[in-house]
Design a protein around this ligand. Structure first.
Ligand code: ADP
Length: 483
C-alpha cells in the first residue's frame, strides 16, 4: 500500500464547474480517480460566475485576505464546494474573476499571476496542508516559481513538492520587461538563463524551470517538445529538465462519457448492442438538416477552430472530399473568425452534405460523438487530445494525423482491416488528409469489417486507471526531491 498523499490541483478550469477545453476534462476527472486510489486530492481554482450557475451551494471559508498586485491590495475570499465528490476551493476576487470568459481577457497575465499569488496565501490559511501542489499550464506556473524563490513561502511550504503539467505548450502566457517591472516579479525570473531572457518571458517557462518534476499529457508529446519543431521556443529550458520530464497519457471519465447511460444522447447503446448507435445517427442527420440515410458515412468534428486543430488543411481538403464522395460532414466548433467564415462558406456550397454549428454546446457535442461514424482530428500538433478517446467510447472511428497523443492512442487500421482503431495520416497536408478520409469512407462500405472496427474501438479501455498510477509514481518522485 502506497502512502496516502494530500494533493492540491491548482488549475484555471475544471469540469463540471467551468469548461473551455480538455484541461477542464482532466481536472474534472483525474482528481476523483486519485481519490479512489486513497489520496486526498482537492482542487483550487478561480471563482468565476459560471461556478455559481453549476453549483449554487457554497461553504464560505475565508475572508479578508489582501493580495498585493500591481501596487494595490486586492481582497480575496475563499469558499469550498464538493464538485463530483472532490473538495474544490474557489478563490474569489470580483475585479479579476467576475468575468464571463475564463480566458481571452486583455489582462489574463495579471489575472492568473494574481491567482497564483492568491492561491498560495489561501492554502497557507487553510487547515489542510498539501504534500504536493500540482499546477497545470501557464495560468498557475508562477505559483511554483514564487513557492521556490520567496523566502517566506519557501519556509511555509518547505516540505511541499511541486509538479507542473503542460497540457498545451502553445499557450504560454508571454510577458515582457514592462510587465516584469509593473508586476514586481523580477525576483523569480531566473537570472542566469539567457534562453529565458530572449526578449520575452513566459509563465510556462517558470513552471518548467522551477517545478520538482514536469510532465505533459502523452509520451510522444513529451519527446516532441524537446525539438524546435514542437518546442514553441521552450525546447532549451525543457532540455534542462529532460531528466525530470515525463509523458502520461490522459484518460477520460468513463462514467460521464458512457453511451449506455449518457442522458445527453437520444438513444443509449453499448458494445454488445451497437446498432442503436444508428438511431442516433438518423436523429443527428435530421437535426442537422441532412438526408437521413444509414448508408452515407457521417464524419463529425467537435473542437476549437484553431490552426493547431488542422483547420487550414481541412478547409483545403473539404470541398474536394464533398465533391467526390457521398458523405456528410457535421461540425461543432468555435474559434478563429477566419476559419468560421471559410467553413460557413463551404457549408453553403454543400447544403445537402455539410452542416455546422459555430457554438460551444456540451450536449450537442455528445450527440455528434454518438451519431457520427467517423471523427476528424487532423491536428498540426496534439499534446494528447480527448476527442479521439471520447469518440472510441461512442464507437466513432477517428481520422487523425500522426502527432503527439494521437500517436499514443490511435493505431492505423491494417490493410486486412483486422487490427487498428482509426485512420492515421503522416504529412500535414490537405492531400494526406484527403487520402485518409477517402480510405475511411471506403472501409465504411465494408459493413462486416466496419462493425468489427466499431466494436473493437468501443472495447478498448480509456479510463484513468493506468495513468493515475503513473501520476502517483510522479508525485512520489517529486516528494523524493524535496526530502
Ligand atoms: P483542447 O486542445 O481544446 O483541449 P481536447 O481534444 O484535449 O482539445 O479537448 C477538447 C474538449 O472540449 C473535448 O471534451 C471536446 O469534446 C470539447 N469541446 C471542444 N469544442 C467544443 C464545442 N464547441 N462544444 C462542446 N464541446 C467542445
Amino acid at each position: 500500500m502506497t502512502r496516502s498523499l494530500k494533493i492540491l490541483f491548482a488549475v484555471a478550469e475544471a469540469s463540471p464547474l467551468v469548461k473551455v477545453g480538455g484541461l477542464a476534462d482532466v481536472a474534472g476527472s483525474l482528481p476523483w480517480v486519485l481519490r479512489q486510489q486513497g489520496h486526498d486530492v482537492r482542487i483550487i481554482m478561480p471563482h468565476y460566475p459560471a461556478v455559481d450557475k453549476a453549483i449554487p451551494e457554497l461553504t464560505h471559508l475565508l475572508d479578508g485576505l489582501a493580495i498585493p498586485m500591481m501596487g494595490q491590495h486586492r481582497p480575496v475570499s475563499v469558499s469550498v464546494v464538493a464538485s463530483n465528490g472532490v473538495p474544490t476551493y474557489l478563490v474569489a476576487n470580483d475585479h479579476y474573476f467576475q468575468r464571463a470568459r475564463v480566458y481571452g481577457e486583455p489582462d489574463d497575465l495579471e489575472r492568473f499571476l494574481f491567482f497564483s499569488r492568491a492561491l498560495l496565501r489561501a492554502v497557507d490559511r487553510l487547515d489542510w496542508q498539501p504534500d504536493i501542489i500540482h499546477c497545470h499550464d501557464w495560468h498557475t506556473a508562477a505559483a511554483i516559481a514564487m513557492l521556490k524563490t520567496d523566502p517566506e513561502l519557501r519556509s511555509l511550504f518547505s516540505r511541499c513538492a511541486t509538479v507542473f503539467t503542460i497540457h498545451n505548450l502553445a499557450y504560454q502566457g508571454w510577458f515582457d520587461d514592462h510587465f516584469v517591472s509593473v508586476a514586481g516579479i523580477g525576483s523569480f525570473l531566473p537570472r542566469v538563463e539567457p534562453h529565458l531572457r530572449n526578449q520575452l518571458y513566459s509563465m510556462m517557462a517558470l513552471g518548467i524551470y522551477y517545478a520538482d518534476v514536469v510532465s505533459t499529457v502523452s509520451p510522444t508529446y513529451a519527446r516532441e517538445i524537446l525539438t524546435s519543431q514542437y518546442g514553441e521556443k521552450l525546447e532549451t529550458v525543457l532540455g534542462l529538465r529532460r531528466e525530470d520530464l515525463y509523458g502520461i497519457v490522459n484518460g477520460i471519465d468513463v462514467e460521464e462519457f458512457n453511451p449506455a447511460t449518457d442522458h445527453r444522447i437520444p438513444f443509449n447503446y453499448d458494445k454488445d448492442n451497437p446498432d442503436r448507435k444508428y438511431e442516433n445517427k438518423a436523429a443527428l442527420q435530421r437535426q442537422f438538416g441532412l438526408p437521413e440515410d444509414p448508408g452515407i458515412p457521417v464524419l463529425g468534428m467537435v473542437g476549437r477552430l484553431a490552426t493547431q486543430k488542422g483547420i487550414d488543411i481541412l478547409v483545403s481538403a473539404l470541398p474536394a472530399f464533398l465533391q467526390q464522395h457521398e458523405a456528410q460532414f457535421i461540425l461543432l466548433g468555435t474559434g478563429e473568425p477566419n476559419y468560421v467564415r471559410m467553413l460557413a462558406h463551404i457549408a453553403t456550397g454543400y447544403q445537402d452534405k455539410m452542416s455546422a454549428s459555430f457554438s460551444f454546446d456540451a450536449e450537442l457535442a455528445q450527440f455528434i460523438y454518438a451519431g457520427s461514424d467517423l471523427f476528424l482530428m487532423p491536428s498540426q500538433f496534439e499534446p494528447c487530445g480527448l476527442g479521439q478517446l471520447i469518440a472510441f467510447r461512442y464507437g466513432t472511428i477517428p481520422v487523425v494525423r500522426h502527432t503527439g497523443g494521437l500517436v499514443d492512442t490511435v493505431e492505423d487500421v491494417s490493410p486486412g482491416l483486422e487490427t487498428g482503431n482509426g485512420f492515421v495520416f503522416q504529412e500535414y497536408t490537405a492531400e494526406a488528409l484527403l487520402k485518409a478520409m477517402h480510405r475511411a469512407v471506403t472501409v465504411f462500405k465494408n459493413r462486416d469489417a466496419w462493425r468489427r472496427l466499431v466494436v473493437r474501438a468501443m472495447s478498448a479501455n480509456h479510463s484513468w486507471g493506468t495513468s493515475a498510477k503513473e501520476y502517483e509514481a510522479l508525485y512520489n518522485r517529486a516528494l523524493e526531491k524535496v526530502s
